[in-house]
Design a protein around this ligand. Structure first.
Ligand code: BTN
Length: 318
């Protein structure tokens, strides 16, 4: 269901100029109600000119992932039908978790311009300054907990495809689900889930993409941003919309339990196969050649001790 503000925005986007009367008639509102909504849009960063005796003209929209910008004409079945935008949050994953107990719809997206306590994998901090894309998606996949990794795999494929579409640059998935551009980390995914033995209660897929943000000096050797790599500012709104559309399409395959398709897409977008890698676990180091990935996200390795499947760990290419 679209809000009145979204409906007005839709009309503004589809007309060069539209009168307040026309909007009021179309949406069964009073002229004053229309005027109030227009003022609200202006406070959100929309530049709308009032032209005497003619009506309103939308001059520009903010590149902020506010609900109106993301949901408008978004071609998805499930993901992103509801979007909650915040200028600041401690962490979109933490906020998503707080929504689980309340009424929420499957596929809800939480996005924040800044995270003050952004979380990375393995309890690491995720620096989330203004200019990046930080968001989480709430999902209730009809899968076994052992199959949950396929949802994260679908998310990483969606990010790679969206980056290609928006910037024309080819990024790659590094196992388990980091995204690298020109050898440096451009995006990461933190998946949190709650499950019992045979069913998943919920999953929160948190995605962080370095877009136009500055990087913490400690990260500059290993990470990069889309702005740095393309030498131009990248639209956060366009990037988020494209990721949601790609993710939604792949998630339909997950729901249909076509996990082999996700596995194949993941393989198509990684550069790990054939590489010699080192996996650091708590007390051990395993070295071997990556030969593939399983449907449930395990990394297949050929080591001197024979074939192994790695379920967790951080890897480096050697
Ligand atoms: C990683 O360590 O590579 C995963 C990083 C995940 C960061 C994203 S940003 C949006 C969401 N909210 C968080 O607190 N973390 C994830």
């Amino acid at each position: 269901m679209k809000t009145t503000r979204e409906k007005i925005l839709h009309l503004l986007k589809n007309h060069q100029i539209i009168s307040g009367e026309h909007i009021a008639q179309q949406l069964d509102l009073s002229r004053t109600a229309v005027w109030k909504q227009i003022q609200q849009l202006k406070t959100k960063g929309y530049q709308i000119n009032s032209i005497k005796n003619k009506g309103y003209r939308l001059v520009s929209s903010p590149d902020l992932p506010v609900s109106e910008e993301i949901t408008i004409d978004l071609k998805t079945m499930l993901i992103g039908k509801t979007v909650h935008y915040f200028p600041f949050l401690p962490s979109t994953n933490t906020y998503a978790k707080s929504l689980i107990q309340k009424k929420h719809s499957d596929g809800t997206v939480i996005v924040s311009s800044v995270q003050t306590m952004g979380k990375g994998r393995k309890t690491r901090t995720w620096y989330s300054k203004q200019g990046g894309l930080w968001f989480s998606v709430i999902l209730h996949p009809p899968l076994l907990p052992s199959q949950a990794m396929s949802v994260t795999m679908a998310a990483s494929v969606a990010i790679v495809k969206a980056i290609k579409h928006i910037t024309n640059m080819k990024s790659f998935i590094k196992w388990p689900n980091d995204i690298l551009l020109n050898g440096k980390k451009i995006a990461g995914i933190l998946t949190e889930l709650d499950a019992e033995i045979d069913s998943i209660h919920y999953m929160i897929i948190g995605m962080g993409i370095n877009v136009n943000n500055d990087l913490d000096p400690s990260l500059k050797k290993k990470a990069t941003t889309l702005k740095q790599e393309t030498q131009s500012t990248v639209s956060i709104v366009q990037l988020l919309r494209k990721i949601l559309m790609e993710f939604d399409f792949l998630y339909e395959q997950v729901q249909a339990k076509h996990l082999h398709l996700i596995q194949q897409e993941w393989i198509n977008h990684t550069d790990i196969i054939g590489k010699t890698i080192r996996v650091k676990k708590e007390h051990t180091i395993i070295e071997g050649k990556a030969t593939g990935i399983t449907e449930t996200g395990g990394l297949k390795l050929n080591t001197e001790q024979g074939r192994q499947e790695i379920i967790t760990g951080d890897i480096e290419y050697i």
